[in-house]
Design a binder for this molecule. Structure first.
Ligand code: FES
Length: 103
């Protein structure tokens, strides 16, 4: 507490709009809340405008989107992306992140 290091404040937005909730977004949110990461805020957001591809997850300020996230996949995102700094390329939203063939 005390210092605010704005650079390290990242957020995970999990869409809780109606369509995403039908697709299981509440469980995805719960899964993120279950694995808290220091310096990262988990937020249930309103509709992110990508209905039908949910549950949608947006990592800011990276501006990385994950689509059709399953609660079981959350630990992978937490470990590799939020803790390890390596986005899980296979899960990224193809509309915004065209799958590159580099691996
Ligand atoms: S309800 Fe999630 S993107 Fe619209």
């Amino acid at each position: 507490m005390g210092n605010h290091s704005s650079e390290s404040s990242r957020q995970v937005l999990i869409c809780q709009g109606r369509t995403c909730r039908k697709q299981g977004a509440a469980k995805v949110l719960a899964a993120f809340q279950h694995s808290p990461v220091t310096g990262i805020t988990v937020i249930g957001s309103g509709c992110l405008g990508q209905c039908g591809n949910g549950p949608m997850v947006l990592i800011t300020p990276d501006q990385l989107w994950y689509s059709s996230v399953h609660p079981k996949e959350v630990p992978v995102v937490v470990e590799r992306h939020l803790q390890g700094g390596h986005p899980v390329v296979s899960m990224l939203y193809p509309k915004y992140h065209s799958p590159g063939k580099q691996s």
